[in-house]
Write a protein that binds this ligand. Structure first.
Ligand SMILES: Nc1ncnc2c1ncn2[C@@H]1O[C@H](COP(=O)(O)OP(=O)(O)O)[C@@H](O)[C@H]1O
Ligand SMILES: NC(=O)OP(=O)(O)O
Length: 316
């Protein structure tokens, strides 16, 4: 009996940094666990579309080529959009392989498809004037200042955790490969796409890559909305979003509607650069697609969250 999309819920999952780790070797181990959680959802009858972050990875690739180029005079510089595409390629390869292995181990006759994705951004987006997206490794202030002087790149302090290179993070406007992704979902593939939010491109006549990194939660929200997905699931390191996070008054949020979420944003409950863009992405999705529900939870609790047992649910 051929697979039909109408048979189960369609869910777009955005994987946070803890699902991937910091090096390709570490990631290869971590994605086995990630894949098991994803296949739990597939086993529950869910059509899963997976997207993922790429901040550490795209910075690592760009930096490695710049370093080699400066030191051996033979290695070429790697343009930022190409570094973004390379990050999608190797992360997608590892995720896809791990999911395939898990499907096979459980005797589930489904397959994966990995789509290197471009996402249109607006040349007039004010984000190009103010780089905010951290990429690459954490450095000390001294290392960051030396690197900035050597490369001309911008470095900023990242939420008390160290210094990182920052690049522009424009808003996603359109997923270029949307039709292909949708067809693959309809055909029953577990699709990995829109990694790192998609390689940002301007659409001026043809498409052309832009040196920037889109927030993957925002692109996942756009993809979920366009697909008419039943749910957007943002997986990160915490099981629930909290008010008064990291204080003695910390309290978990089980459910909030857009009005409540906006009120919490006004109060400054969600840290910019970490939880705030996730909540904003959920608002974008449920406002544009009121039939949908957004869920923020941890990777470990993802399948339980989809069953309505945990996580923070955001509704219109
Ligand atoms: N109000 C909040 N409730 C829960 N977590 C929060 C809150 N504000 C900030 N955080 C932090 O945000 C983190 C998620 O952001 P981040 O680490 O940038 O995501 P990603 O998993 O996509 O890499 C959580 O692990 C938590 O440490
Ligand atoms: N592109 C993106 O949002 O990556 P991170 O989640 O790693 O920051």
């Amino acid at each position: 009996m051929p697979y039909q999309r109408g048979e189960g819920k369609t869910v777009v999952i955005a994987l946070g940094g803890n699902a991937l780790g910091n090096t390709p070797q570490e990631q290869l181990e971590l994605v086995k666990d990630t894949a098991a959680h994803i296949v739990d959802m597939v086993e529950d009858g869910v059509n899963v579309v997976v997207s993922h972050g790429n901040g550490p990875q795209v910075g690592m690739i760009n930096n490695a080529f710049a370093y080699a180029s400066a030191n051996d005079g033979k290695t070429p510089e790697m343009p930022f959009p190409e570094a973004g595409a390379m990050s999608q390629g190797y992360i997608g390869y590892q995720l896809s392989q791990a999911i395939l292995n898990e499907l096979k181990a459980r005797g589930i006759g489904r397959s994966t498809a990995c789509v290197v994705t471009q996402t249109v951004v607006d040349p007039a987006d004010p984000a190009f004037e103010n780089p905010t997206k951290p990429v690459g490794a954490f450095l000390t202030e001294e290392e960051a200042r030396a690197k900035a002087a050597e490369t001309g790149w911008t470095y900023k302090e990242d939420a008390g955790r160290g210094w990182r290179q920052v690049v522009a993070s424009p808003k996603p406007v359109r997923v270029v490969e949307f039709d292909a992704i949708s067809d693959l979902v309809d055909a029953g593939y577990v699709v990995v796409s829109t990694g790192g939010g998609g390689v940002p491109v301007f659409e001026e006549g043809g498409y052309a890559g832009v040196p920037a990194v889109i927030d993957k939660d925002r692109s996942s929200a756009l993809l979920a909305r366009e697909l008419g997905a039943d749910m957007l699931v943002i997986l990160t390191a915490v099981e629930k979003v909290c008010v008064n996070f990291n204080t003695p008054e910390q309290a978990e949020i089980d459910e909030m509607d857009v009005a409540q979420a906006r009120a919490y944003i006004e109060e400054g409950q969600f840290a910019p650069g970490s939880m705030l863009p996730k909540v904003e992405a959920c608002i974008d999705y449920v406002e544009a697609y009121p039939g949908g529900r957004a869920l923020i939870t941890s990777l470990e609790r993802a399948a339980a969250g989809l069953r309505g047992e945990t996580g923070t649910v955001i509704t219109a």
